[in-house]
Design a protein. Sequence first.
Length: 136
Amino acid sequence: MPLIYPSRLPRIVPVILLIGWSLCILWLSLVPHPEKVIGIKVWDKLSHAAAYALLASLAAQVGLRYFPSRHTAWRWAVAASWLFGLLMELGQGLLTRSRRASLGDILANSVGIFAVYLVGALLARRRQRPLTEENS
């Protein structure tokens, strides 16, 4: 599910966006004392899902430019995003004193990643169907 069709941007732009967003997640994951804007656990999990949905979408943009098939690009995007999330949680547990790794956060990250994958798959399927009077 490309946010913008791959041919409309220079090849390097999605790479820069992906690296920038990854660095934001890295910083937010490892900062010693995160401020609690809203003290609700649901908000934390939704922010994890949203952050990793954007990460997976940006990774897919990069993959669509560098891999020969859409399937390979999406598999790479999902795997890379999930592995990055896992490493961030491990980093929280091993590198900080005020934070800890959380299976709930890993699950929330996974929900965001797979939601983007599902939407991308549905949009790709819809684009492949011929336009007829029934589905116009």
